[in-house]
Design a protein around this ligand. Structure first.
Ligand SMILES: Nc1ncnc2c1ncn2[C@@H]1O[C@H](COP(=O)(O)OP(=O)(O)OP(=O)(O)O)[C@@H](O)[C@H]1O
Length: 597
């Protein structure tokens, strides 16, 4: 007769097979965290029989995380000698940075499945596993034998817990414990959490005296009362919930600038205009640490502490600015405003709350909806109905909305809500209501929220802003990585490309970035995109917007220069103009070319 755990393993294995072969969501017998992870893994097309963990042998062996983790790993390694257990530490992207194994047979197996230093065990490469799930869900978890997405990992079970930076709360890595399938399961979680705690304590010791000084000042002020407080250090932002709910990344920058101007003037209350036009009164104090000035502590007073900024009279709830990343499958970025949007969209998808997403074209509004909807175990992808397609035949729009399949597990996106003709607002609103009542998740997208007519605005219980790419340029490397992988898995960028991308204003946002990289990839001669492969517009940084004619002139000049390897004299001859004109136009259009290779 089968033991309880063997019977459970068999049930889970059968559920996994059914999930992999059918289009249905995994059976509810599978624990929720594992179900979500299976869905993400399937959505990302992760393999089930080959472990495709990528390898990067060069990494910083002196990083703060490695230094904090090494004594803990050494101690556990000694204690576990001879046992069938292994302890592993990864960084925040899942790259294995340290491993200690109790016995040789397990060590050989882990090498075979690439669970070894230098390899990444992120979920996007390996599918459901303790490390990957801890990083995606940012909480401790256990993955038992057959719950692994990849069958080659099913001989082992693992428990993992995120390691957080005790000052910022950011996940710095994962502590993982792996052993052959067996009865030790309940002990694994306790041991792994204790080890993660030890590493966090060591990280705290390492954190600079600046950070400690800021944290102490912040805690003192926020201990009493709940007025908005913000602490700004060089690479650290601390906000209590009253401040986080009202401030965006752009506001932090504006407040930082104002604080730098005010300096040490604790009695002064300075008015500061925030990104959305609202004014806040700021009292600023410089925080000193033994190593010098650590940053600013800002106490803020809003005009009306309860009103949602910039939304007089609406019933929208703005999502609190979220500092923690909220990764969604296939999408990249950890900017604060992007995190807040991802979090809001995911919550609305789960709760099926009608949502209005606003932001410039190409920022990722529809992509967010698709990814969040997929994670809910949806039966089909969202149906997109573009109101702009019905500008001349507006009566067809309500009919198109009604024709979309409705019901639980389905979603409909009304794109360009502002393009609904006034005479059709009411029937469109009725169609959206009917879809919502049938259990469909209803989402609207628009560039500017103020352009949405009142009748339609009230169909959406919540609103969330998706930031423009130029306001989240810190996300460029991650976005480039993600988009390149979509174009071709072997494609990479030369390091000189990013600075060129960074100075562009990206009016077409992530969509434009994708197009630029696709164009560059189509013209390249190797698997590496070099600066010269980029479209001409990216070689210039004009200080004003150009007319169509000027753009054409700039592109012709850049193409001529690239063809002759940047030689201005030869380019001038080709174009039949003087070398002085070439120099003048290069200056006027802000053209810089990669150094000659
Ligand atoms: N964070 C991201 N990571 C990866 N790809 C992204 C991200 N954001 C957007 N994209 C990609 O950029 C492209 C444009 O995104 P999307 O169509 O969602 O924009 P949108 O804001 O809905 O635009 P529009 O307002 O014109 O409908 C898509 O290919 C999408 O996958």
């Amino acid at each position: 007769m089968l033991s309880d755990s063997a019977a459970r393993d068999r049930t889970i294995a059968e559920a996994r097979l059914r999930f992999l072969t059918n289009a249905e969501p995994p059976a509810t017998i599978v624990p929720e965290g594992i179900r979500n992870s299976w869905q993400r893994s399937k959505y990302l097309g992760v393999g089930t029989d080959e472990v495709a963990a990528p390898y990067q042998p060069d990494y910083d062996r002196e990083s703060r995380l490695v230094r904090a983790a090494t004594p803990v790993l050494d101690r556990l390694g000694q204690a576990l000698t001879g046992s069938n257990v292994c302890v592993i530490v990864t960084d925040r992207k899942g790259w294995v940075r340290g491993r200690r194994v109790g016995e040789k047979r397990l060590s050989a197996y882990l090498d075979q499945v690439r669970l070894a230093p230098g390899f990444s065990y992120a979920e996007q490469f390996v599918g459901t596993n303790g490390i990957g799930v801890a990083l995606e869900e940012r909480r401790p978890n256990v993955v038992l034998g057959t719950e692994h997405f990849n069958e080659r990992l099913q001989s082992v079970s693992c428990a993992a817990a995120p390691i957080r930076n005790p000052v910022t709360g950011r996940v710095e890595g994962v502590m993982n414990l792996t052993c052959w399938n067996g009865p030790a399961r309940p002990l694994m979680s306790a041991l792994v959490q204790e080890a993660a705690d030890d590493i966090e304590r060591a990280l705290y010791e390492f954190s600079s005296s600046h950070q400690r000084a800021l944290l102490e000042a912040f805690q003192q002020v926020t201990h009493y009362g709940d007025r908005p407080v913000l602490c700004l250090g060089q690479d650290l932002v601390l906000a209590n919930s009253a401040a986080a709910a009202r401030l965006t990344g752009d506001d932090h920058r504006l407040l930082h600038e104002a604080a730098a101007e005010t300096g040490h003037a604790p009695r002064t209350r300075k008015p500061v205009r925030l990104a959305r036009g609202e004014t806040v009164l700021m009292r600023c104090r410089v925080i000193e640490s033994p190593a010098g000035a650590a940053g600013y502590l800002l106490e803020l007073a809003f005009d009306d502490p309860h009103r949602t900024p910039g939304r007089p009279g609406t019933r929208f709830r703005e999502e609190p600015a979220a500092s923690r990343p909220w990764p969604l499958p296939g999408l990249a970025g950890t900017d604060r405003a992007w995190n807040a949007a991802s979090r809001a969209v995911s919550r609305c998808a789960r709760e099926r709350t009608a949502l209005l997403l606003h932001g410039e074209s190409g920022t990722g509004k529809c992509a967010l909806v698709r990814a969040a909807h997929a994670l809910t175990g949806a039966v089909s992808a969202p149906v997109t109905v573009d109101a702009a397609d019905f500008r001349d035949a507006g009566a067809g729009l309500p009919a198109a909305l009604r024709a979309a399949a409705t019901g639980p597990g389905r979603a409909v996106i009304l794109r360009n809500v502002d393009a609904v003709a006034p005479e059709h607002e009411f029937t469109v609103a009725r169609a959206l209501d009917a879809a919502g009542e049938a259990g469909t998740w209803v989402v609207g997208t628009v560039h500017r929220i103020q352009d949405v007519p009142e009748t339609l605005r009230h169909r959406f219980a919540e609103a969330s802003a998706v930031p423009a790419l130029r306001h989240r340029l810190a996300d460029l490397p991650a976005l480039v990585d993600c988009l390149l992988r979509r174009i071709s898995p072997t494609l990479e960028c030369a390091p000189e490309v990013l600075p060129l991308l960074r100075r562009h204003d990206w009016a077409g946002n992530v969509r434009q970035l994708h197009t630029a990289l696709s164009q560059a990839a189509a013209d390249r001669k190797t698997h590496r995109i070099e600066p010269r492969d980029l479209p001409p517009s990216l070689h210039s940084a004009a200080s004003r917007s150009l007319s169509a004619w000027e753009e054409a002139e700039r592109d012709t000049l850049v193409e001529a220069l690239l063809e002759v390897d940047g030689n201005k004299l030869l380019a001038a001859r080709r174009l039949g103009i003087s070398r002085t004109t070439v120099y003048r136009k290069m200056r006027a259009y802000g053209i810089t070319l990669p150094p000659r290779g």
